[in-house]
Unconditional design. Sequence first.
Lengths: 676, 96
Amino acid sequence: MHAEAAGVMTGTHFLDGDHSCCEGALAAGARFSAGYPITPSTEVVERFAARVPTVGGTFIQMEDELAASIAIQGAVWGGAKAFTVTSGPGFSLMMEHIGLAVMTETPCVFVDVQRGGPSTGLPTLPAQADMMQVRWGSHGDYEVIALCPNSPQECFDLTVTAFNYAEQYRCPVFVMMDEVVGHMTEKVVIPPPEQIEVTPRRYTTLPPDEFLAFHPREDLVPDMPRTGEGYNVHVTGLTHDERGYPDMTPATQDKLIRRLQDKIKKNVDKITLFEEEQIEGAEVVVVSYGITSRVAQRAIELAAKEGRESRQVPSHHRMALPRKADCGNRRQGEGNSRGGAQPGTDGARGRTLRCRESNRPFRWARRRQRTPSGRHSAGHHGGGAMSELTELTVHNPVEQFLRMDRIPHIWCPGCGIGTSVNSFAHALIDAKIDTRNVAIVSGIGCTGRVAGYVKQDSFHTTHGRAIPFATGLKLANPKLNVVVYSGDGDLFAIGGNHLIHAARRNVDIKVICINNLIYAMTGGQTAPTTPSDVITSTNPYGTYDPSFNLPYLVEAAGAVYVARWTAFHVRQLARSMQEMFAKKGFSFIEVLSPCPTLYQRRNKMGDGLDTMKFYKEVSKIRNGAATKDVALTKSGEITVGKFVDRERSDYGGLMHDKLLDSLGDDYVETEACTCQ
Amino acid sequence: MAKGSVQIVVERCKACGFCVEFCPTHVLALSSAFNAKGYHTPYMVHPEKCSGCDLCGMYCPDFAIFGYKQPAPPKESAEAAAPPPAAEAKEDQDAR
């Protein structure tokens, strides 16, 4: 299909590479960008920030590159075409989210205007070494596509191509400019929209009950669902099966990773772009890409002029990285299509898996005994097998919001996370909202697994980055009710910066923080919420780190709704969650939860039930209490209640009002799911 | 005649005891029987007291139990929900 006319600035222009790249993104249909300033790339988003409100899109300046590189992925799942722009040090910070985009098959574009390094290096001078980082920077085995423009014109052309490749192959695509290309000003011709080919997002046409989120078509690429339309997909960075459900088996890993690689490797010839000049009969062939290709061109001309070179020399301008990897394989394993695996790539993985498979006795055996339907009527309690069954005529109302095919869950006996999910499900029932529009975003950790059990559109992101993902999702698709459900370590340690900035902006997201006072999934290390004198695996003689008072911090950062309950206060918690759905702006509920395995056992605090009884005993409900007075101690009183409930314009409202005021009729509001 | 009852999915239960402890009318106790995972699961030791408030369901972290209001159950199901012999109930309490 052709480009949407609104985004295309047809004509002949005198533009630098950064600005030209921005025009390419707009022409390709990009309507969302999140960025963080860094030389020499910032001009791309500066122009985007000025242009996009007039074509119906959003730019948000995030708190760092980690946030920017995942906010765009939230926006993609919200329905937008999205990209981020950075350079050297910022690109280093984005590495984890390259892996996330590969694993979750999120079509997005990263623009890297390369500069000299390592570290701060040469902020205003060019380099090309980030090409290695694109290929190898994120952990694990993956294939991506990178394009290298050598002129402002190519910055436009290849940015359009990058968005098209991203949609076609559902992977992150990189536009690898450098400082010279970015800051060089030349003639750029932008064709009329009908001459710009744009690849639309391939959405599924199947109804939700027939749709498998990661079931590929013949081209090995799965169709995308639309968020908020009842597909209830689960998207996770964990190894997952075709339903999107986490599955930690070698067979699933093998199948998934092979497909993620093959969908690109098998199309290398279609993806790779290059130009050949005077290659016929040449004795020496110069292969180059990016700005170097123009330098090489000059060298070739000089050589020819001096008469020393009678041979003809071509210049390759662009290169897609898979071609390079592919060549490497072929050279090492001549005549053998599977030979010559490169260290650290799928070859290494293949070896590991083969070892596993040959060691049959050590394979995991799965034994599950189930009674025929697993259900048991109320009256049976004797010492024998519980096999007598009663046909259920009533159903647990909570189950409609759970992925029952994933239950039983992984949480320990006596953990309070499941209890909080009951309250959440009751809040969904009582809030009387269209639950198809409720999207759950989680980070990593025990609570991070909530996204995998709740039957909504749910996103299990990276550690600490649930909030910027949610920010992108909400801004790209304002009709969604976005809930962040995560743990204290995820939200306040690794993700602490994102939380305070989302509260400052008053982004309309609802944050439920399950606070078990420790890092549980990793084995009981000290968290920023662990009270003094508690024994943890990293403070074996007792903690001495001062801890955060979460409601105080969140209120100070600007949240409009702040409450705290414990897993004991199930009904109050459900009511609070319901109130949160009615609230516009950054809302926060802290839920104290027992962690019998990793917090209590080391501290001889009994089991989950003992902690629940403790909550019952020491909790005092003080609605409206000053948050500075509600800090927690190891065994002291717990103040619970609704502490803050105030009004303040949310980020979407502030943005709308300012842009309307400044742009008047030129302002085009962001609509939900406008992606072509 | 009890106003409500509970349904238990034995296989999901991890015997945390939340439902037994926080049932406002003390309907439940943990059984001496094991489920397949080796947990003692709850049963209704005083079914006649159940109000169907579903507080057990709200507390259950494993989605294994829930309460519901009982409109007018047929006679045989009322018999099925009859209280167990006192001795056995006591044994169950000890087992906890």
